[in-house]
Design a protein around this ligand. Structure first.
Ligand code: GAR
Length: 199
């Protein structure tokens, strides 16, 4: 069984979707062993409610250098094989990217390469999509490398932009119709690859 860590910064609805998927047998190759937050966030309560170990490492309080080394330590101590970024808003330290090459996935709330890269996160992505007037947006799960939102695309799903949408209504539709479905799907895809490699 592949040991998964989920990294979060916010409300944790994607974490919830992952936990529900795992608990209902849709991630048969992996188990979420650890949740790490880089700031106090509701996602930590969700982890606790599902009986999962959760750790808070406050990046802003301790600085990037210490944050990086504490993160690497906690992943190592828990024997983590794979990392999922689920609304994680810190830039991942190169030491982690290097140690988990092709084993880190991220969910981004647009169809990459639109509205992605530095400065595009959370509601800002949907504000930019509405500002540009696109009629279709969506979500992407991709592998993580040193380029923000630049790793290989694993799954994408399109979502319609509707007349009268606000950034909030669009964000919710993208989550419901795309993110909460494709993130667990991609998690299983990569966990299965890791499982097969170690056979
Ligand atoms: C999600 O929409 C996720 O795609 C986005 O932040 C939100 C987190 O929500 N991530 C990014 O923008 C990363 N660039 P959640 O905490 O409820 O899962």
């Amino acid at each position: 069984m592949v040991r998964i860590a989920v990294l979060v910064s916010g409300g944790g609805t994607n974490l919830e979707a992952l936990l529900e998927a795992e608990e209902s047998g849709r991630i048969p190759s992996g188990r979420i062993e650890l949740v790490v937050a880089d700031r106090p966030s509701y996602a930590l309560e969700r982890a606790a409610r599902h009986g999962r170990e959760a750790v808070l490492i406050e990046r802003k309080k301790i600085g990037m250098k210490l944050f990086s080394s504490e993160l690497v330590d906690v992943l190592r101590n828990h024997g983590i094989d794979m990392v999922i970024l689920a609304g994680f808003l810190s830039i991942l330290p190169p030491s982690v990217i290097d140690q988990y090459r092709d084993r880190i996935i991220n969910i981004h709330p647009s169809l990459i390469p639109s509205f992605c890269g530095k400065g595009f996160y959370g509601l800002k992505v949907h504000e930019a999509a509405l500002e540009r007037g696109v009629k279709v947006t969506g979500a992407t799960v991709h592998l993580v490398n040193e380029i923000p939102d630049g790793g290989r695309i694993l799954i994408q799903k399109a979502v319609a932009v509707l007349p009268g949408d606000s950034p909030e209504t669009l964000q919710r539709r993208v989550m419901e119709e795309a993110e909460w479905k494709i993130l667990p799907e991609a998690a299983q895809m990569i966990a299965k690859e890791i499982e097969d490699e170690s056979r």
